[in-house]
Design a protein. Sequence first.
Length: 268
Amino acid sequence: MIKIRFIDKALLLMCLLAGAATATPNKLAPEVLKRASEIHAGFKGEKGRVAQFGDSITYSMAFWSVMSWSDPSKFLPDDEMPKTPKDKQWKSVIKGARDKGPKFANYSGWKVGNLLKSIDAVLVRDKPEVAIIMIGTNDINGEKVPKGYRAGLEQVVSKCLAAQCVPILNTIPPRLGHDEAVAGVNEIIREVAAKGNLPLADFHAECLRLRPDKSWVGTIISKDGVHPSGGKTNLYDEKNLKDCGYALRNWLNFQIYRQLYFKVFEAK
């Protein structure tokens, strides 16, 4: 009963904070776009370079590498933005999609402390325009949120901001047997995003929305209860997004990147 009450409160807080950071699950709020413009002002790095900071869920080639060869535009709805950059394909705009390993600040087993030791080199060498950040799954191996997690995540974000790199924070996915710790980490991630008016890809919320009541085990999340599932990681139709965890994460982050591209990076 205690766990159920905790998760209910965490989900309520999640919804409130997500509302502060995004107007809808897929649309960035005006204050988030304004803040991204402020961060990006005077950017002198490599346009289109997207850094990937995280653990094995980011290190996996199933995450984001599809942007180097696949075309996500055919899955986009008709809205106020173009589906593709002018006279270009997304794969020619997005750079660094296959940047994997410690050299690029992502690796299996990593915790927030590992990121703090690694991202400076990436920010200086690659000068990314955007950084996708997901960290916390390994931090809660002991089934609780470490005391230094929040401060570590805030430092990671601060380093990105100092480099005029727009961070896209990602909540961590559900993890079997770690409900309270996952909720605690994600509460921090959402609070950091809301406080800083930063883009948030709420992967955890989407996993629960699409696969409620632990139905995410063996579907969006692999049978190990930890990692997103693989498969058709570049197929973003309704059915596959309920069955392929990496497709869902790719799609959420691409939708945010597209908005940043048209409304911030290429805005006139």
